[in-house]
Design a protein around this ligand. Structure first.
Ligand SMILES: *[C@@H]1O[C@H](CO)[C@@H](O)[C@H](O)[C@H]1NC(C)=O
Ligand SMILES: *[C@@H]1O[C@H](CO)[C@@H](O)[C@H](O)[C@H]1NC(C)=O
Ligand SMILES: *[C@@H]1O[C@H](CO)[C@@H](O)[C@H](O)[C@H]1NC(C)=O
Ligand SMILES: *[C@@H]1O[C@H](CO)[C@@H](O)[C@H](O)[C@H]1NC(C)=O
Ligand SMILES: *[C@@H]1O[C@H](CO)[C@@H](O)[C@H](O)[C@H]1NC(C)=O
Ligand SMILES: *[C@@H]1O[C@H](CO)[C@@H](O)[C@H](O)[C@H]1NC(C)=O
Ligand SMILES: *[C@@H]1O[C@H](CO)[C@@H](O)[C@H](O)[C@H]1NC(C)=O
Length: 305
């Protein structure tokens, strides 16, 4: 009787033991390499991203559109757009793991952006990230995101979930075992999907704080103004100098004269989670008007706190 019970209780443990034997991915034991600099040298895709042109992207918006619900922009700071995994040639994938699709408004709505691509189903389950961060006691991370990671004309969580599902799922270092990929988190964590979400949000912040665009421009006398315009080359030079490589600058408006975006390109030394990013020149030329004045507008009255 006794040995049988003992055997039955041990069996599940053995099965678990087997699962655990493949959960290595201890990246500290692998010499890190810079992503995109020698892809054949990547031995563990959990430890170096294969789509390793890592973009740290930010917005300059002048309003949120939800001011009446209390959503305002952070004074003296650009806001977070995301952390993106481009392929080494500058092309990119999106919505790479549909088991982690939490974007209520997938854009594009197929994985290729073309009608014959795999459809990306709209997430119907509402806000996943806010309750998850609360469940794990990550109130400091949540507060930072609420202040600096702002959506325009939609609640911030929709934007966070869009960024996670569209981009984080294409970084191999946040893989959770979908479609034969390794599970970078293993059984150490109860739920690898949840671990990957929190890990990614943390990485976004770790990367973003290294790029204080507002202060870099301010130190060169470039501050938001509705009366003084700037030359795109002056802005470009300051940010190139300060960040260590030429970023992409994005402008809106019919004649592309309103500055709204910056994308800093990097190679990641090992995992983007660790935040060692080497500046690399952009692979996408700025779309801002090269000859006409550029406007770096002040925020709308009441849109800033
Ligand atoms: C995990 O690490 C152990 C110890 O180095 C090794 O014996 C085993 O083969 C590794 N498993 C995999 C799947 O790499
Ligand atoms: C790239 O890595 C491979 C495997 O480690 C190595 O054999 C090769 O020499 C490396 N290439 C360069 C250019 O460093
Ligand atoms: C994607 O959006 C386009 C344009 O709105 C629409 O025609 C198409 O049916 C949508 N495809 C899917 C798979 O939802
Ligand atoms: C893991 O977490 C996700 C997101 O919260 C949830 O949808 C999924 O059901 C969980 N999986 C397990 C096995 O609990
Ligand atoms: C770039 O940095 C150099 C050295 O610190 C400095 O001399 C130069 O004025 C800077 N240029 C701009 C446009 O900030
Ligand atoms: C730049 O502005 C000029 C004058 O408004 C316009 O003719 C030109 O098309 C603009 N260039 C771009 C790239 O929009
Ligand atoms: C500055 O101009 C922008 C663009 O027209 C506008 O949205 C914003 O409200 C203006 N800000 C102030 C303080 O006038």
């Amino acid at each position: 009787m006794y040995p049988l019970i003992k055997l039955l209780t041990i069996l599940p443990l053995l099965a678990l033991g087997d699962a655990r034997s493949s959960d290595n991915h201890t990246c500290a034991l692998t010499k890190p390499i810079y992503s995109c600099e020698n892809t054949t040298a990547i031995v563990d895709t959990c430890c170096t991203p294969t789509e390793g042109l890592v973009l740290v992207t930010q917005y300059w918006d002048t309003y949120t559109g939800l001011e009446n619900e209390g959503s305002v922009l952070p004074k003296d700071s650009w806001t977070i757009h995301g952390l993106w995994p481009d392929r080494c040639d500058g092309s990119y994938g999106q919505y790479c793991d549909l088991s982690r699709q939490y974007d209520p408004v997938p854009s594009p709505n197929t994985t290729t952006g073309k009608p014959d691509g795999t459809p990306v189903p709209a997430w119907q389950g509402g806000d996943v990230i806010t309750p998850l961060l609360k469940e794990y006691g990550k109130y400091d991370l949540l507060a930072f995101m609420q202040k600096f990671w702002k959506s325009q004309n939609s609640p911030d969580w929709t934007f966070w979930q869009h960024e996670f599902s569209k981009h984080a799922t294409c970084f191999t270092t946040y893989d959770v075992g979908f479609n034969g990929s390794p599970d970078c988190y293993g059984t150490l964590y109860g739920n690898s999907t949840e671990a990957s979400i929190i890990d990614f949000l943390d990485s976004v912040v770790k990367a973003q704080v290294q790029y204080p665009t507002y202060q870099w421009l301010e130190q060169a006398g470039i501050v938001p103004s509705n009366s003084t315009s700037y030359k795109i080359n002056d802005i470009q030079d300051v940010l190139t100098n300060a960040s260590g490589a030429e970023p992409y600058l994005g402008c809106t408006g019919l004649t592309r004269q309103v500055l709204t975006e910056v994308w800093y390109y990097t190679h990641s030394y090992g995992r983007p989670q660790d935040g060692f990013l080497k500046p690399i020149d952009q692979t996408t030329k700025s779309n801002c008007n090269a000859t006409e004045p550029i406007w770096y507008y002040e925020r709308t009255e009441g849109s800033e706190y």
